[in-house]
Write a protein that binds this ligand. Structure first.
Ligand SMILES: [Zn+2]
Length: 233
């Protein structure tokens, strides 16, 4: 997928606005992009609600999530999610973190979240759940507030596109901003549909074979164009 024409910082601003407008993030949540010129760095807004982010808000970080230069603006506490995933996954160029309500039931119950429809196929047939308690014990504030927590989260993500976080939300990893945004928009919708279907009885999710075929697709550039125009209207 390409969204070309604009530079990567403009695309990152647009991604922030799309995610806010589509209800994937609200006050909280964030999206980053790997620096195409320096792959050991990434771009992420200072601590602002995504829908309000402007180009001048963008900061640059090392992969252990230290700000570049003497930038003293307040950074997102959970920026370590981004740096640790970029460090673990050379194929990932965009990361999103969200607290969307529709996903939360699947982070605190035994019911696995799997793709039920083609647009959500990249989440896979069973999205792994990261539990901060498993390695860091009872008594954290649940936030990914250091690089060690982020590295552990990235291990649970493994080579997938999405990871749930117990009682908290999810993180998505994509090869581009457009791909990550598409996954992050459809993941909560997929969760809501699955939840609704479970109220009706037995459900049939996409099979592993269906997911494997659909995951090879690169997504539709129409999605980014449509969401971007809606967001900037
Ligand atoms: Zn969070």
């Amino acid at each position: 997928m390409t969204t070309s024409g604009k530079d990567i910082l403009d695309e990152l601003v647009t991604a922030n606005h799309i995610l806010g407008n589509e209800g994937v993030v609200d006050v909280f949540g964030h999206v980053s992009v790997r620096d195409p010129q320096q792959p050991d760095r990434y771009f992420l807004s200072c601590s602002r609600s995504p829908e309000l982010v402007q180009r001048s808000d963008i900061m640059q970080f090392t992969l252990d999530s230290k700000p570049i230069g003497n930038d003293e603006r307040e950074a997102y506490i959970e920026r370590f999610i981004h740096g640790a995933i970029y460090e673990a996954r050379q194929d990932v160029n965009a990361v999103i973190h969200s607290h969307t309500d529709d996903v939360l039931p699947f982070t605190i119950s035994d019911r696995p979240l799997g793709a039920v429809m083609p647009p959500a196929a990249k989440i896979g047939s069973r999205v792994p759940v990261w539990d901060i308690d498993a390695h860091f014990g009872d008594g954290t504030d649940m936030l990914v507030r250091n690089h060690e927590f982020g590295t552990d989260l990235a291990k649970t993500l493994a080579d997938g596109s999405a990871v749930l976080m117990r009682g908290h939300g999810f993180a998505v990893a994509g090869s581009s901003l457009a791909e990550a945004v598409q996954i992050a928009v459809f993941l909560p919708r997929n969760a809501k549909i699955l939840w609704q279907a479970l109220q009706m009885g037995a459900v049939k999710c996409l099979s592993e074979a269906e997911v494997a075929v659909l995951r090879k697709g690169r997504g539709s550039p129409r999605a980014w164009e449509y969401w971007a125009q809606r967001a900037e209207r």
